[in-house]
Design a protein around this ligand. Structure first.
Ligand code: SER
Length: 329
């Protein structure tokens, strides 16, 4: 990450979805970088950890109600929003109506608040879920077919288009990446198709066995959380004149199948026994790419991941192993 933020005013940041998998690690990183009092963490139903709640301001927001968002933006004089509140792919298939409401109406409200109050910058993630079965699955290009078959994917494609519209039409500086599956040790993900790649570590350490809900050969693009945080902050701090895109940068680190992940875990924990019982999430995984061409991100804002599969596995096992030893897993 560069040393000096490039925004003109110092950021007054709101993070929606701060209690979720990415928010719970992005928020502390932003607080470290910009000052705890300048970063407001917002959640909805899930209670925050004491660390998140006590290290800086915390507010409850329902993004699908605009006034709930406006009140917090005005109270703290917010000029930058990281909008992470969303319902993921598998949860979205169980309740497509809620996924549309949260993912689309929530984003629309964020963009309207940003337009009306002339906020400096908005971050809204897209996902590999924007792709679909007709998309080329290997080294998926930046510009390609976007015909997803999940409600989550539909909201991500619509969200990318909406963000681009607000940039072109209203000059709202909104930025985003298509996150691959994110692997992390702080807060487990909920309701995603790539979640197995996190759950397996908890089960491996606690029980030395895991029952995987995807087939053993399902290759998906993945990324370790420190790279996810780095990509997010670097994109938000990039000079706008370098950016040839806004809300839809392809982003990649490494790809693997459950078998390949288990083989890497076996180097540290040979006792792990993994069984495979694919469920409805297999169909979702089968509609997503195996690997991603992220050359636009590399070219425009210098994106480059630090972690490969081996580095991620070692770090995950170290971190979760320490927590397990303390009885905190
Ligand atoms: N990790 C997400 C999911 O599995 C993809 O963005 O739904």
């Amino acid at each position: 990450m560069s040393q000096t933020p490039t925004t003109a005013r110092s950021p007054r940041i709101l993070v929606t979805g701060s209690v979720g998998q990415i928010g719970s690690e992005l928020t502390p990183a932003l607080r470290l970088r910009y000052g705890s009092q300048n970063v407001v963490a917002a959640g909805h139903r899930t209670p925050p950890s004491p660390a998140l709640r006590d290290a800086g301001p915390f507010e409850i927001i329902d993004c699908s109600h605009k006034n709930s968002l406006e009140a917090v933006v005005d109270k703290y004089d917010i000029n930058t929003i990281y909008h992470l509140a969303a319902i993921l792919s598998a949860a979205g298939e169980k309740n497509p109506q809620a996924a549309w409401d949260v993912n689309i109406n929530g984003l629309y409200n964020v963009l309207e608040v940003a337009r009306e109050r002339k906020l400096d910058r908005v971050f809204c993630p897209s996902s590999i879920a924007a792709f679909g079965p007709q998309t080329p699955r290997d080294n998926t290009p930046q510009e390609t077919v976007l015909r997803p078959r999940t409600m989550y994917g539909v909201t991500k494609v619509a969200g990318e288009l909406l963000c681009d519209y607000y940039f072109q039409r209203f000059g709202v500086d909104v930025r985003g990446v298509r996150y691959p599956g994110i692997i992390s040790s702080e807060t487990a993900p909920g309701g995603g198709t790539t979640d197995y790649a996190v759950h397996i570590f908890y089960e491996a350490i606690k029980f030395k066995r895991y029952n995987c809900f995807l087939r053993e050969d399902s290759v998906l693009p993945m990324m370790y959380m420190p790279d996810c945080i780095k990509a997010t902050i670097d994109l938000m701090e990039a000079d706008v004149s370098c950016l040839t895109r806004h809300s839809d940068y392809n982003l990649a680190a490494f790809s693997f199948s459950p078998t390949e992940l288990v083989a890497e875990i076996h180097k540290h924990l040979p006792e792990l026994a993994c069984t495979y019982n694919p469920d409805f999430r297999q169909k979702i995984a089968d509609s997503w790419p195996r690997s991603i061409d992220d050359s636009a991100a590399r070219r425009d804002w210098g994106w480059r991941p630090d972690y490969d599969l081996a580095g991620m596995v070692k770090d995950m096992l170290d971190k979760l192993g320490q927590r397990h030893a303390l009885g905190k897993l």
